[in-house]
Design a protein around this ligand. Sequence first.
Ligand SMILES: Nc1nc2c(c(=O)[nH]1)N[C@H]1C(S)=C(S)[C@@H](COP(=O)(O)O)O[C@H]1N2
Ligand SMILES: [Mo]
Length: 478
Amino acid sequence: MSGKRRLVGAAAVGLGALGAGELIAASRGGSVLDGIGRLAADYAPVQVVEAMVAQGGAHDKELTRLGAAVSAVAEATALALLPPRLRTPAAAVLAAGTAATALRGANRSVAGAAGAVATAAVMRAGLRRPPADLGGVALWAAAGAGLFAAAETLVRREDRRYRERVRRVGPMGSHAPVPEDGFGAEPGLSPLITQASKFYVADVNSRPPRIEPEQWRLSISGKVAHPLRLSLPDLAEQAVEFDAVMVCVHNTAGSGRSGNARWFGVPLTALLDHAVPDSGATRLVSRAVDGYTISLPLAPLRTGEWPGYLVIGMNGEPLPPEHGFPARVFVPGIYGQYSGAKWITALELTDDSHVDYWWKRGWPADPLWVRPQARIDVASCGASGSGKCTVAGVAWAPPQGVSAVEIRVDETEWIPVELGAELAPSAWRRWRTVVDLPPGDHAIQARVTSRSGQIQDPVTRPPFPLGPGGLHTVTVTV
Ligand SMILES: Nc1nc2c(c(=O)[nH]1)N[C@H]1C(S)=C(S)[C@@H](COP(=O)(O)O)O[C@H]1N2
Ligand SMILES: [Mo]
């Protein structure tokens, strides 16, 4: 058999084996791909992760799964290249490694690990006599695709059932109408409140973990006088509503990794008062089912100087699975990756010896505060050849609030714009203006100033390690 043919045959075996493994994993809510994806998220060098986030945009999860599938097929091909006597030990190493990573995935499923072992076993068996002709290759590949599709159907069905259980938890918040900001519905302009289904999703998993509402309890433990265990109804009794923008540190100028919601949560000051921290407690760690931990300094949370919440609702409903059901920590004004874990199970009071998920990756230990940003959502010029252009967008500077937004055309002087009414200082604020421009192409930029006088950083900087800088620029043609 020619070398090239052997590799194509091995790749087809890889696909078939992965499909078999994925179906076995999916039968009990697990996934081999998610396990491999999580391995990349946890161990890839920070530069690789940053490049993936920058390239992947809103499709980073799909890209991660695709990358995982490609790597599994590559493994099968690599196995085929080994001398036959080394294939079994190599397949065993692959099985063990992938099983271990499947166990780390968000759903930490034994099924994921079983799927990984099955994948390696089918690969090993298939490579004894890899398909040599087109028909054989097509058969293996088609089997892989079919098994994948079956796995996907199972996952979707289970996901629908789970969402139904989450919905049955009932309303979380008042459902009071959101106040108007005076702008109404401007076509293309972001709404004042982002729908949960349109809200950006950022985390280290390919799929959200599933947590059963009835069984879930939040424990408050560690260096406290009164450890607590609270259910969702316990928490709902003490929760209040607040409006705030959540921003990912990867939200470079103009991108969509931010959203403004009406949250429902228990002030951390209240929870900490009940638990009574010991004098040796210096940090509050949020622990999540996906193995993610974030810690924040205790003192400013205890006094309320940093207004943190244990959040259990978003826009009147329970948190959707991808946004952290049943509970997450959120401190408005701090970037998402620092301001609290989704899917949390415990708030733990510790001393400074705790090590966080992101610190290991080279991010600073102190939480990063959101750098004020303005985004241009609309830049549209009169159709009938007129130079009147409507420019509108959103801007945020949590927790102080937005005091001004300005735009400039072709890097000339800054012009103030009209601001919508403020929902809350930590929320985003809408802005708009109309400018009259001469014919030709024009570059429009926006910047925000916070109430504490901080002007948006005009210098383009990557998110790592201190948060992104730069202005959103949009080109229009009159
Ligand atoms: N458990 C857990 N919590 C997490 C993360 C994660 O990977 N795992 N990612 C954080 C990051 S980087 C951000 S920006 C926010 C995003 O929240 P969202 O997906 O609801 O927008 O969640 C944070 N909380
Ligand atoms: Mo993030």
